[in-house]
Design a protein around this ligand. Sequence first.
Ligand SMILES: Cc1ncc(COP(=O)(O)O)c(C=O)c1O
Length: 385
Amino acid sequence: MSRIYLSVPHMGRDEQAFVAEAFASNWLSSVGPNLDAFEQDFSALIGLPSVALSSGTAAIHLGLRLLDVGPGDEVICPSCTFVASANPIAYQGARPVFIDSEAKSWNMDPNLLEAALRQPRARRPKAIVLVHLFGQSADLDAISELSERYGVPILEDAAEALGTTYRGKPVGSRSPVSAFSFNGNKMITTTGGGMLVAHDRRWVDRARFWSTQARDPGVGYHHTEQGYNYRMSNVLAGIGRGQLRVLPERVAARRAVAFRYREAFTALEGLDLMPQADWGLHTNWLSCFLVDEAKLGASRDKLIEALAARDIEARPVWKALHLQPLFAGVECHGGQIAEQLWQRGICLPSSSSLTDHEQQRVIDTVFDAVSAARSRGMAKECARG
Ligand SMILES: Cc1ncc(COP(=O)(O)O)c(C=O)c1O
């Protein structure tokens, strides 16, 4: 039996042809027709100008710079997210301020956000990094309203949310600037890569300029600003072009995986799929479940162990950033929900290429782990009694 991973790349029909074109035409560089076409296709999807970068982290970094985040600034960020949402805040010499999640979406709690924003203007944070976790949109209406009322702009971290919608519109299309990721584990991949989108085309041009070492126009190597080597390669953009063509299929497949698990686990009290908020399409990029150990009779860690013993990869939900030694002492508004999600959340294998048989292996292993844990629990009770 082969190993079942959490989330693997899933190529479509056309990626290799686009990559072959890059080789045939010798556009083996950070310029070329695949890059132009990939950006155009992505712009058509999200409805905004786009620039292809080396990673989602690079996109967040450049987005924060576009929002003029600098040394000494504070930037709001959810606590329940991958560390890559917060690291670029520190790259800019700024400090994160963490906000807890709301139970109904696992994303940033607008009430706690308001508490953090309700400050005299001079003490307000400079920006909000708003993450759409595991394929589900945050409550954009409520959070955008707060952003406007307090004059603190949003950068949407949509790294996990390509294909996700909020009230019918793609996430990443509403705020001044947004970031997407094409890391190998994401909904679609370029093996590694990211995209920055912005409402103002000049912002996208600036990000493109910074991403290629900020070389001023002209043949001489003249520099007036600091830049980075953050541009995507034309070869990888070819993969991205092919992947974008299969995005709707990939979204449908991941949702089907999550709903199949949910259906199977209705028989198990205490193992619940991540909430599906009614404001948009949750892609269920990862199939995340919450374990209630008292009801299920098995702990989250026991499930992970049992799956690992059968060569199936499962992981906890992100460890809350306010608990990370890296961010010791950082201000956090609330935090209990993020802590619960980390302690009780499990991400099950979610690849769009997962076969029926592989899903059944996951389901059977969970059932076996639960009955083994329940029997152990009963045996202990008897021994005590
Ligand atoms: C929420 C979130 N933000 C940012 C990133 C960073 O993206 P990348 O790995 O492309 O740098 C990721 C994933 O890796 C992520 O899950």
